[in-house]
Design a protein around this ligand. Structure first.
Ligand SMILES: [Zn+2]
Length: 446
């Protein structure tokens, strides 16, 4: 049944901009039809001026890390950052701080045009390391619901490590399976919250954990994400543990399939990408985090030429500006190869590069998170953002997608955010579900 009709002045449908479109949305927040004429006379009609784009998808987040603001200037390398910034935060993070930090992060994601977040959540235990139900996961889920952002909660399996901070992550394989089964049943009919799994990495998850979560992912047809090949040292670790490279290890266990997303995937060889291609697996790239932590540059030319869909995440970059991440994808290639125009559509494909890059923060995020999002089309959630053209930030006669990727200041032009057809944010009146003054007060008191 139609619950709302949106009359859009100018919107991106498929790969082309169209004028004067009517989008009908049902009570579940999904698009029923898109056409240039209005059918149902009784439903509420909402007129949207400016440009309507599909909501942006942040495929890899650790939202609580907004609390690292102000403490990431000193670390000398990745492991120093983990020991001197990340773990000290984790060791003292209360339920309340987790709730406020996550809510703040999600509000800022909305202000950056992000309508769905893939939340890779690994803080499961209390401050003393004891497990008291999935209260902390619940806090992160409720934060998403309080803001109104769509969430794929990727419940992390972490059963290795003996550092103090790691006591907050560690749970046994069977415990993790119990939790994800319970959470999945609880949110099975929830349109906003979706559950998936995430063996943390080869250093955080045992072989048994990876196997068990992959089995769960296949049986339940839900996504599975894993941090892999982020640092050069990850190659040494995989060699030591399994006498193989990280991707060779996954391939030896036949783990490549279309539910799998490899997060980072920086230190990979071209012949290893064939495993991902054959398995129709996904890649999630976090370029600004990888720059900030000195991880390296993913071979995005090879991902594109092998037609492996890459999505984008903000990861530990708590700026949360995903378009900034996106423009860095091509620019990093330029600065490392001293050329321009390095990323090209795969041979024989019809796509143009602006569209292929924009897909990374829209459609490919939907594929990686296994959700019907990232494109305005029938059957997808009505998640979209409205941007104004009455601004210095957009030149109306220029190529719009090129500007979105290379120059748009999203915070300056964002007019409104709709998720599941519901208004969540407007630049003039702020959030519809959140009292920002109250939230800011709590954030400043952490
Ligand atoms: Zn991460």
């Amino acid at each position: 049944m139609i619950s709302k009709i949106f009359q859009m002045q100018y919107c991106l449908i498929g790969n082309s901009f169209r004028k004067d479109q009517f989008i009908e949305v049902d009570e579940r927040g999904k698009i029923i039809s898109i056409s240039n004429s209005r059918k149902d006379e009784d439903a509420e009609v909402i007129k949207l001026n400016g440009i309507v784009l599909p909501g942006l998808v942040n495929s890899h987040s650790h939202a609580f890390q907004v609390l690292l603001r102000g403490s990431i200037d000193k670390p000398m390398n990745f492991s120093d950052w983990v020991d001197s910034a990340l773990y000290p935060l984790v060791e003292q993070l209360s339920d309340h701080s987790l709730e406020i930090a996550t809510t703040v992060a999600y509000c800022q994601m909305i202000q950056n045009g992000i309508t769905t977040v893939g939340e890779f959540h690994y803080i499961h235990n209390q401050l003393d390391g004891s497990y008291e139900g999935d209260e902390l996961t619940q806090v992160v889920i409720e934060a998403a619901k309080s803001v109104g952002i769509r969430q794929r909660l990727l419940y992390c399996g972490y059963d290795k490590g003996s550092k103090l901070g790691q006591k907050r992550f560690k749970r046994e394989v069977n415990e993790v399976l119990n939790s994800v089964n319970n959470l999945r049943s609880r949110y099975h009919n929830d349109e906003l919250i979706h559950i998936g799994v995430a063996p943390h990495s080869l250093h955080g998850a045992s072989e048994e954990m990876i196997d068990a979560l992959m089995k769960w992912s296949i049986e339940n047809n839900e996504p599975i994400h894993i941090h892999i090949a982020e640092q050069q040292s990850d190659l040494d670790l995989a060699k030591k543990l399994y006498n193989r490279s990280p991707l060779e290890f996954l391939n030896s266990k036949k783990l490549f399939n279309s539910n799998l997303s490899l997060v980072h995937g920086i230190w990979v060889k071209e012949d290893e990408l064939q495993y991902m291609k054959d398995g129709r697996s996904h890649h999630v790239y976090n370029p600004l985090t990888n720059m900030a932590l000195g991880d390296g540059i993913a071979p995005m030319d090879l991902y594109l030429s092998n037609e492996i869909p890459s999505a984008i995440g903000t990861d530990a970059n708590n700026d949360l500006n995903i378009l900034q991440e996106l423009r860095t994808v091509e620019w990093l290639q330029r600065v490392s190869k001293l050329e321009m125009g390095i990323l090209k559509p795969p041979q024989g494909s019809f796509g143009d590069i602006s569209q292929l890059l924009f897909d990374m923060v829209t459609r490919n995020g939907g594929k990686s998170l296994m959700l019907p999002i990232g494109e305005l089309k029938e059957g997808n959630y009505a998640d979209f953002i409205v941007i104004t053209t009455d601004t210095f930030s957009i030149r109306k006669k220029g190529n719009i997608l090129d500007q979105i990727i290379n120059s748009l200041n999203i915070v300056e032009v964002l007019d409104a955010v709709y998720i599941g057809g519901e208004l969540i944010y407007t630049s003039s009146n702020g959030f519809t579900r959140i009292n920002v003054d109250d939230l800011l007060d709590k954030f400043n008191n952490i």
